[in-house]
Design a protein around this ligand. Structure first.
Ligand SMILES: Nc1ncnc2c1ncn2[C@@H]1O[C@H](COP(=O)(O)OP(=O)(O)OP(=O)(O)O)[C@@H](O)[C@H]1O
Length: 636
């Protein structure tokens, strides 16, 4: 049996091809890739995978004849059910024409005349800034009670203050222990069990109905042990528990947090300790108000320290030090946003969910430590492109700011990655075509809708002479509107994108994810290797040269393949170098579709589209303008 890369491993496998070397031996070069280092591997930690959803899915698929997972304990139960089992169907609110019009308005571009046919399958949803697809361990929970005000207890979850009742009480920078309600010193350990949203709402209703019989904070929130809520359990050490007084976090401790350059462990060693069980977290009650210091750093209060602990619980994570420093040095981050949870990470940094204080808008903040030239140039490229574009299916830019050592790119909240969406739908039985679902477990109409939206975005980029350069399911974000039962797909991550200047020569170099590189890049790599070994000069014509649009189309074809099959073609997932090399040799000898397996029983038009997008020879590959007008996409 051959060893295959799993899809999660494949995520880590990003390789940036050597630019300088390429440039030295070619006539033209792109101006925006000056500072690429020779070889960069992406240690992309796979954070996005949603264990909760996977376990739900497993429950449903492995359970005795159950067809639906047990979502009893999850606050997003209705949304999850809709998400998992009710595919968008005929109730699409938007038409192809709407898409085309929106795109034209955004870009001032005309679509080819034949693209203007009506297509009811290109649905989008109204903007919905909630991430229903990735409720993580830090599931949003809000609680407040007359005896346990949210302003004093919302430190118990990274998202709790994100979802607290009012902005005023949730603003991170203003939340601190209230001296008037600070409790005296004892080391009583109080276990606070956060109820599920439904339980909490019930309790709150009951409390408001019987205000006279107000339960104490502890008895109200601790309740009977519930193993299913273990993940949400947080222990707070409180100094005392006065009767009939609101319970708050203990008073601030005077010492500031000292950050030493050599270690970022100081936080965890002095202020919080994580228990063996990742699901539980012990937090010391120490808390400090913000205060300016001569170094420009400020003390982190308990709230922020807790957020930090929740986002990056591993002590050796360098991202942890970056975020801590960002909290301390960047008042804009502290004051304007309430940071929630980790949405994902990549080679340039990590992405956090956040809520903007002044209008409550949910956004994503990409935190990019400015520690090397590679991330700097990637960031500049991304900022340039996001700032210049507005499209319904391209992640919207909100703002940008920076602090010493870090850059922050604020964008719309994009939902879950398509990678996670596909993983979530995958059936353990593999490719079985049942009830209109493709081998991936996703309905064909949903695949069509998502793919059409992403194709329109990519087409718009190409029309604006921009090559994305790293099209993959991790760089597509999906939100679902559970009211209309429709999806919205958006392209993100423009770190490898390139503007093609008027009059520039074709000189595309592939920087994206190695295994998603189009076949023609093999030839370039082989030449590069040959030149390295022998110091030979290679003729200009030997290179496969184009602007890069063709590479985007190939990657988009692989995305369609994955949406249909649930996985990349097995040839690309091969671990064994010899077998991989053999496959690459084989595909050099064909000009058309290079993969052995193609889902049987799928629509002939769909097959045709796949084959045209994944053609080995770039000259045979169709363009994005042809893709959006392909019969499979325009039918229905
Ligand atoms: N606006 C957003 N909303 C929700 N999730 C997001 C958003 N932006 C990014 N993410 C998540 O964070 C992950 C990493 O983001 P992104 O790909 O932009 O980082 P990167 O460092 O540029 O990655 P790469 O190494 O692939 O270039 C994405 O795969 C996605 O899952």
């Amino acid at each position: 049996m051959t060893a295959m890369l799993t899809r999660h491993e494949q995520r880590r496998n990003v390789l940036v091809f050597p630019t300088d070397f390429y440039r030295k031996h070619t006539e033209s070069s792109s101006s925006d890739s000056n500072s690429m280092p020779n070889l960069i591997h992406n240690n992309n930690s796979n954070i996005n995978t949603n264990k909760y959803l996977h376990s739900l899915k497993l429950q449903s698929l492995q359970g005795k004849g159950k067809t639906r997972p047990n979502t009893r304990q999850h606050p997003f139960q209705p949304q999850l059910q809709q998400l998992l089992f009710q595919q968008p169907s005929e109730r699409f609110p938007r038409t192809h024409q709407d898409h085309v019009d929106a795109s034209r308005t955004a870009f001032g571009q005309e679509y080819p005349a034949h693209s203007l046919t009506t297509n009811t399958l290109t649905n989008t949803i109204r903007p919905l800034d909630i991430n229903l697809l990735t409720p993580t361990s830090a599931a949003p929970e809000t609680f407040s009670s007359p005896s346990f005000p949210s302003s004093s207890c919302s430190t118990t979850s990274s998202t709790s203050h994100l979802h607290s009742d009012t902005l005023a009480t949730s603003k991170a920078s203003t939340i601190s222990a209230n001296p008037s309600t600070t409790t005296p010193n004892t080391n009583t350990k109080v276990v606070i069990r956060i109820p599920t949203l439904a339980t909490f709402m019930k309790k709150r209703k009951a409390t408001s109905d019987h205000t006279a019989a107000e339960p104490s904070a502890v008895s109200e929130l601790s309740g009977a042990p519930n193993p299913d809520q273990k993940r949400l359990k947080i222990r707070l050490k409180l100094r005392s528990l006065p009767k009939e007084q609101p319970v708050t976090i203990a008073e601030p401790k005077p010492e500031p947090i000292v950050i030493s350059d050599d270690s970022d462990d100081d936080l965890t060693s002095t202020e919080s300790t994580l228990s063996q069980d990742d699901d539980e977290m012990d937090i010391d009650e120490e808390s400090s108000d913000y205060a300016s210091s001569s170094s420009g750093r400020v003390k982190l209060d308990h709230q922020l320290r807790h957020v930090l602990n929740t986002i990056f619980p591993k002590r050796d994570d360098k991202n942890r030090a970056a975020l801590k420093s960002a909290f301390e040095l960047c008042s804009q981050l502290r004051d304007d946003y309430i940071v929630g949870r980790l949405l994902g990470s990549g080679s340039s940094g990590f992405v956090l969910s956040a809520k903007r204080v002044f209008d409550g808008r949910e956004v994503a903040i990409k935190v990019i430590p400015s520690d090397n030239k590679y991330t700097e140039s990637k960031f500049r490229r991304e900022l340039d492109i996001l700032n210049a574009l507005t499209h319904e299916n391209i992640l919207g830019f909100v703002e940008y700011f920076e602090s010493p050592g870090c850059k922050f790119l604020v964008t719309e909240m994009g939902g879950s990655s398509l990678f996670d969406f596909i993983e979530m739908h995958k059936s353990p039985q593999g490719a079985a075509l049942k009830g209109g679902h493709l081998g991936s477990g996703i309905q064909e109409s949903v695949v069509r809708s998502i793919f059409m939206q992403l194709s329109l975005a990519l087409y718009a980029l190409h029309q604006n002479r921009i090559v994305h350069g790293d099209i993959k399911d991790e760089n597509a974000l999906i939100t679902v509107d559970h009211h209309t039962n429709t999806y919205r797909a958006r392209i993100c991550d423009f770190g490898h994108s390139k503007r093609i200047k008027e009059g520039s020569l074709p000189s595309f170099t592939f920087y994206g994810t190695t295994i998603l590189a189009p076949p023609e890049m093999d030839a370039n790599n082989a030449l590069r290797e040959k030149m390295k070994r022998s110091d030979l000069q290679v003729e200009h014509d030997d290179w496969t040269r184009y602007y890069g649009y063709e590479a985007d189309v190939f990657a988009m074809g692989l995305m369609l393949y994955t949406l249909i099959h649930g996985d990349l073609p097995s040839e690309l997932m091969e671990r064994e170098p010899k077998l991989l090399a053999a496959y690459k040799r084989r595909r050099r000898s064909v000009k058309t579709f290079p993969f052995a397996v193609l889902q049987k029983n799928i629509d002939e038009d769909l097959k045709d589209l796949l084959k045209r997008m994944l053609a080995v020879a770039p000259s045979r590959r169709i363009t994005m303008a042809e893709v959006i007008n392909h019969p499979w996409l325009t039918k229905g």
